[in-house]
Design a binder for this molecule. Structure first.
Ligand code: JFZ
Length: 420
């Protein structure tokens, strides 16, 4: 019986198919910064003194805020502390290779100078500047790739946009009209006026058939053929795959893919959410994604004044310090040849296995089972210190130093000859 192609099958077939000509930088990059910033950042998870839990960028939906009332909040949104160079330098110091920011999220508010709608940061707020222009330049000036997140279907401000069911009757909406009058013209603005976009990150597809989505993509590609489109453009037509929120695949996955994680428990800024992931957790998520052949895009949620939360800045800088020493074991690697072990994960380069050791076995000996590789030497990546090893059957045992030099993640390099 013909069954609906599962997402996995669709992407497996895709990954064996023709990849985008410009995909390799993305595969080598491994570490991206996601930025959710909008009017919701100004509210910080609160409405009329009531706190809302879940994700801050959904407050209009959670509190069922009428459009007119939500619109009015723009009049007091003035992120005067916003500093594009500061944000971009933080990303650089953190070892980030690409930055993707919300140009327009589900709330329908354009965080750039849009000529298509006056519900934007230049026309509707006292800020009067275009932060997307400033950030795009500051990021690319520091050699990182830049891209936009655009909520192509959900738009709670536009009467024909998706999913505002508390102001408008969803069944009466003309989604085509919304795409024609807002989504497509705004995407064309973003892909024409902000320089090279390495990534266009879509979300929650809807309102378009597979054929219409292909036409939608083709019309945008004309503006920037090198841009990579994320999988949430829908119908399996993206250039790389994104997993669900804060989801990591259970096993190595072929083809280009990305895991996206919040830094605390919210994408948009939430005053009361301090559950920030430690540098250790961030570094281990990055190594785990790389060990399975993919990327980690970690999110930050700046507040309404334009500041990135202190914990995010501090923990990103600490991650950057680890990457200063160990970047070779992440950037440009491919999935590990040794499956995840109790002690950690591995990543690969020709003739090398990078052993990412998170937990030192009580015995002080690291077991690599079913390893029929011709080991030549093993040493600590940080200082090149050789470590002893021996082979017993098809197992390799490595004598670890008394203490791991970095409890977050200590990397040893196993060099081998010939095929693994
Ligand atoms: C990155 C996030 O993306 C979406 O949320 C989703 C979309 C799709 C899935 N999914 O496919 O599992 C999960 C959450 C947005 O609704 C959310 O606000 C945030 O921007």
């Amino acid at each position: 019986t013909a069954h609906a192609q599962t997402m996995d099958e669709m992407w497996e077939s895709r990954s064996s198919g023709k990849e985008h000509a410009n995909i390799q930088w993305f595969k080598d990059a491994k570490f991206g910064l996601f930025i959710h910033w909008g009017l919701y950042s100004h509210l910080g998870g609160e409405w009329k003194g009531k706190r809302y839990y879940g994700s801050g960028e959904w407050i209009m939906n959670q509190a069922k805020i009428p459009v007119r009332e939500y619109e009015a909040t723009a009049a007091t949104f003035n992120p005067s502390r916003f500093n594009a160079d500061e944000w971009a330098q933080l990303a650089k110091d953190a070892g980030i290779k690409y930055v993707v920011i919300t140009a327009k999220h589900h709330e329908g508010f354009a965080m750039y100078d849009s000529k298509v709608s006056t519900f934007d940061i230049v026309d509707a707020t006292p800020f009067k500047q275009d932060p997307m222009k400033l950030l795009a330049d500051a990021v690319r000036k520091r050699g990182m790739h830049f891209g936009f997140y655009y909520s192509q279907f959900q738009d709670w401000h536009n009467p024909n946009g998706g999913k505002n069911t508390w102001d408008f009757d969803e069944s009466k909406k003309d989604y085509q009209k919304y795409y024609r009058q807002k989504a497509i013209p705004q995407l064309k603005e973003l892909m024409s006026n902000y320089g090279d976009l390495s990534i266009v990150w879509f979300d929650t597809p809807g309102g378009l058939s597979k054929e219409q989505t292909q036409q939608f993509i083709d019309s945008l590609r004309l503006l920037q053929p090198k841009s990579l489109f994320s999988s949430r453009v829908g119908h399996g037509l993206g250039d790389y795959r994104d997993y669900g929120d804060s989801e990591m695949p259970a096993m190595p996955i072929n083809g280009a893919w990305e895991s996206i994680y919040t830094h605390n428990d919210s994408w948009g800024y939430m005053k009361h959410d301090m559950n920030f992931k430690t540098p250790e957790t961030i570094i281990r998520l990055l190594a785990e994604a790389a060990s399975k052949g993919g990327n980690l895009m970690l999110n930050v949620g700046p507040d309404g004044s334009g500041r990135i939360p202190a914990y995010s800045a501090q923990f990103l800088r600490e991650t950057g310090r680890w990457l200063q020493v160990n970047g070779e074991s992440i950037y440009g690697t491919t999935q590990g040849l040794i499956p995840q072990q109790p002690w950690g994960v591995t990543t690969s380069k020709p003739g090398k296995q990078y052993l990412h050791v998170w937990t030192r076995p009580r015995s002080g000996k690291l077991l690599i089972p079913n390893a029929n590789m011709q080991v030549q030497k093993v040493y600590a990546l940080a200082d090149g210190q050789p470590v002893k090893w021996h082979k017993r059957g098809d197992a390799i045992w490595i004598d670890l130093p008394i203490t791991l030099s970095d409890a977050k993640n200590t990397v040893f390099v196993l060099e081998y000859a010939g095929e693994a």
